[in-house]
Ligand binder design. Structure first.
Ligand code: 3SK
Length: 520
């Protein structure tokens, strides 16, 4: 398998689907967008982006809710050779101000509902050396600010760009942000070739997606997992994608599964917390009400018991795998028809996996080691962060930060993180960021945050808090305090007040003692 010297991923997808112009590529809350319209709108947007002064490899922030404008924004940027920086829609103005400064984005594609938080971020970044000059607003909620353009009007006023940017497979195509336990999120630079590899190595051969599928992903498209599920894979086989802007609550998901958006998904992509929440819901639809033939799970290890209960109810397998923002999608996975519950399966063909001990050497079968991956969809680097890039991308191998063991049959089982990061509902949360925020509260002396398993075996955040002498604050007040200052998914689900935290002789908090205490 190889790519030609000139390869533009957007043009590749458009060319593949030119024979199915009237077929729905996307169905969102507003209706259907055909493959022909997807290409036409994306190429018109590409022209509008270039007309606004953007040039090859300039970055454009993509802060949009999941609707069919999202793939138009993403593919239009790639077609023009402009680099979309796709960001999580749940973050704060401070987070976006950092991402604008870090990426040097001079333009933004934004949903109307998110315009206020972006404007706040732009105001914070006003002294930045590269101000945001151009805004394209999708589905504006009110009058546009000076200088902003309506996404639809800009598309309608432009002719389709006649030809794609003549990019090479290794040229910068898009960025996604990856979180770390310390420091700021890292701008992870992906190429035009990388998404093609994820479709060829995983989406087609492992998931076996076809043009008859209707794909529906709870993970939004700004996540690497969602980007593959709702854009790269389905468009690589000419399938249809169902999108929803709202949060993937059980009820919102059931509404789509049962066809209330006009068609029923055949493949659903979720995370363990979502599957557990749906199984616990009194409104779980009957097997006959849905058309699911397969589900995929990633984000955190899927407890076998959840997968078995799901299969018993719907007769449909959940295929569990693990991927990363750095590798762009899944590199270790169970296979439909070959699922070993409680494991993450075997390496995806085309990727090499190594488990290394503290001495850097491969560990023996059954022993736990640090997970390293080698494969053709690896990110080029973390933008402007040579130290972290060198730590993570070493000699062609990528360090994932997860610990795994492999059994004699070659199945891999998750054994925790190598760093202090927590994965809550499939999204990374840094305990240090939550602790620092708790300590901003005037009644808090110290805090330590760890992961705590709930009844389904899924990780939630728990904070141990020491109050200042004579100060009073309760659990609800602290939760609200964190929610106001950080992206809401980061708040601790459990808080326990203690008199002191376990520490080493040199005063370092011993989080492992708190973890041990939870396991008792
Ligand atoms: O969290 C995962 O397992 C994952 C899967 C696919 C793509 C990206 C990620 C982080």
């Amino acid at each position: 398998m190889n790519l030609p010297d000139t390869f533009n991923f957007a043009e590749h997808l458009f060319a593949l689907n030119r024979g199915r112009a009237p077929k729905a590529a996307y169905v969102d809350d507003r209706g259907a967008l055909g493959y022909g319209q997807l290409e036409d709108r994306s190429r018109r947007l590409a022209a509008a982006l270039l007309a606004s002064g953007l040039q090859r490899e300039d970055r454009v922030l993509l802060l949009m809710l999941d609707s069919s404008d999202w793939p138009v924004a993403f593919l239009g940027s790639l077609y023009a050779g402009v680099v979309p920086v796709a960001v999580n829609t749940l973050l704060t103005a401070d987070d976006y101000a950092y991402m604008l400064a870090n990426s040097g984005a001079t333009a933004a594609l934004v949903s109307g509902a998110l315009l206020p938080v972006l404007q706040e971020a732009i105001a914070k970044e006003a002294s930045g050396s590269k101000p945001v000059r151009t805004l394209f607003v999708s589905q504006p909620a009110g009058p546009l600010p000076d200088g902003a353009q309506n996404f639809d009007s800009a598309i309608a006023a432009s002719e389709p760009l006649p030809a794609p940017a003549a990019t090479a497979p290794q040229d910068h195509a898009f960025w996604l942000y990856s979180s770390g336990s310390t420091g700021k999120p890292k701008g992870t630079v992906h190429t035009h070739g990388n998404p093609w590899w994820t479709a060829e190595l995983y989406g087609k051969p492992v998931l076996g997606l076809t043009e008859d599928d209707v794909c529906f992903s709870a993970a939004k498209m700004y996540f690497a997992y969602g980007l593959g599920n709702a854009l790269t894979f389905p468009l690589s086989v000419g399938a249809t994608v169902l999108l929803m802007a709202e949060r993937p609550t059980p009820d919102a998901t059931f509404k789509r599964w049962t066809g209330q958006a006009g068609l029923k998904p055949t493949v659903f992509f979720g995370a363990p917390t979502g599957f557990a929440g749906m199984l616990a819901s009194p409104r779980l639809p009957a097997r006959e009400a849905v058309a699911l033939r397969m589900c995929s799970s990633a984000g955190e290890a899927l407890p076998g018991e959840i997968a078995q209960r799901f299969k018993a109810h719907f007769g449909c397998e959940i295929v569990d795998g693990i991927g990363s923002t750095e590798m762009l999608h899944i590199f270790l996975s169970n296979r439909p028809g070959d699922i070993r519950y409680g494991t993450t399966g075997k390496p995806v063909e085309g990727y090499e996996i190594e488990l290394r001990g503290e001495d850097g050497q491969p560990v023996a079968v059954g022993e736990v080691g640090d997970l390293y991956i080698k494969g053709p969809s690896t990110a080029l680097m973390y933008w402007g962060n040579p130290e972290k890039s060198a730590e993570t991308f070493r000699d062609g191998w990528t360090k994932s930060g997860d610990k795994y063991s492999r059994d004699a049959d070659g199945y891999y089982t998750y054994a925790g993180r190598s760093d202090d990061m927590l994965k809550v509902s499939g999204i990374y949360v840094s305990p240090f960021e939550v602790e620092a925020t708790l300590m901003q509260h005037p009644a808090v002396l110290e805090a330590a945050v760890i992961g705590k398993e709930d009844a389904d075996g899924l990780t939630k955040t728990k904070a141990y808090v020491v109050r200042k002498d004579g100060q009073a604050v309760d659990e609800d007040e602290l939760k609200a305090f964190v929610k106001e200052r950080l992206a809401p998914y980061k708040y601790p689900r459990f808080i326990e007040f203690v008199d002191e935290l376990p520490k080493t002789a040199t005063g370092k908090i011993q989080r492992f003692r708190l973890r041990e205490r939870e396991q008792k």
